[in-house]
Design a protein around this ligand. Structure first.
Ligand code: CAA
Ligand code: NAD
Length: 278
């Protein structure tokens, strides 16, 4: 199986890594060589860590040899499955899928790792809605068990079955849901993170106390502000916008503090500053 991944950021890199760990030949594409180099360095570090813990079937160099890094979209022409993991913006993703629909072989399946954007809209842009699906991995991909599998309006049974089996071959647990804004995962998670940000804005408590209360009180592995920084505040804002626009209710309105931090370039871990300094 030839597995394509678009975007060498935290999600694309993780998906590509786990696909290569599972024995697939993997092509990773990004818009600039420096983004590919950065993505590869993160993968090498993660593989070294997993190898030290005896959690890899093959040596890191064997896994890396299955991976090709390129800036050329045409490298996806003979892929059986291509998973997109670029910026959470419907227009940008739709443009990309318009191009990919022309490049990838006709029986290739296209998938989006989007956190919230309607799968049906992206499927239409791709020109192959039966062979289009949401394949939503969780961050950090090498450690997290879940893949949320989201069928668009026209996704075929064969496509859903193929992607479900592929997720299982990657050692993940696929769970199905339908195409609603934010699916299940982010419809439930994001309002909690947004509410934690609202608590900071209103001075309910300091960030460390908010995170501590949720970690120690609810047994969450990370506090909500640490998690928002980890996901990326730009991504959190984009998801809240989709929820607010798609579901309408005021409870999905993005916190003004979240919007302001993104405007100021404070994106969390990826920019070095969010609710905490990295
Ligand atoms: N690859 C390999 N190893 C990694 C790694 C990676 N990508 N990331 C972390 N590790 C390692 C750490 O280095 C650490 O190793 P050592 O023990 O050798 O130091 C080990 O894994 C455990 O990490 P931590 O010590 O930080 O301990 P932890 O028990 O907190 O585990 C975690 C880390 C699994 C990330 C845990 O904190 C967690 O589950 N956090 C919540 C993650 C979560 O909610 N993810 C979903 C986000 S939402 C989403 O993904 C959807 C969306 O659309 C936004
Ligand atoms: P990121 O900012 O870490 O990485 C995005 C990568 O895509 C960057 O390397 C960027 O250069 C690249 N890119 C942008 N436009 C491109 C294009 N047109 N062609 C090729 N590459 C392009 O973002 P991320 O956190 O990895 O998120 C990627 C996607 O995954 C988003 O849709 C996000 O909502 C989703 N997602 C994120 C998380 C998370 O926790 N961060 C979890 C699950 C899903």
């Amino acid at each position: 199986m030839k597995f394509g991944v678009i975007g060498a950021g935290q999600m694309g890199g993780g998906i590509a890594q786990v696909a290569a760990q599972s024995g697939f030949d993997v092509v990773v594409q990004d818009v600039k060589q420096e983004f590919l180099d950065r993505g590869r360095a993160v993968i090498e570090k993660s593989l070294a860590k997993l190898h030290d813990k005896g959690r890899l079937k093959d040596a890191p160099d064997v896994i890396l040899a299955r991976m090709e890094f390129t800036t050329d979209l045409n490298a996806f022409a003979d892929c059986d499955l291509v998973v997109e993991a670029i910026v959470e913006n419907e227009g940008v993703k739709a443009d990309l899928f318009r191009q990919l629909g022309q490049i990838v072989k006709p029986d290739g399946i296209l998938a989006s790792n989007t956190s919230s954007i309607p799968i049906t809209a992206l499927a239409s842009a791709s020109g192959r809605p039966e062979r289009f699906i949401g394949m939503h991995f969780m961050n950090p991909v090498p450690l997290m068990q879940l893949v949320e599998v989201i069928r668009g309006y026209s996704t075929s049974d064969e496509t859903a079955q193929f992607v479900t089996e592929t997720a299982q071959q990657m050692g993940k647990t696929p769970l199905a849901c339908n195409d609603f804004p934010g699916f299940v995962s982010n419809r439930i998670l994001m309002p909690m993170l947004n509410e934690a940000i609202q608590c900071v804005m209103e001075g309910v408590a300091e960030p460390e106390a908010i995170d501590g209360i949720m970690k120690l009180g609810m047994n969450h592995p990370m506090g909500p502000l640490t998690l928002a920084d980890f996901i990326g505040l730009d991504t959190c804002l984009a998801i809240m916008e989709v929820l607010h626009m798609g579901l309408g209710d005021d409870k999905y309105r993005p916190s003004p503090l979240l919007r302001k931090m993104v405007q100021a370039g404070l994106l969390g871990r990826k920019s070095g500053q969010g609710f905490y300094t990295y």
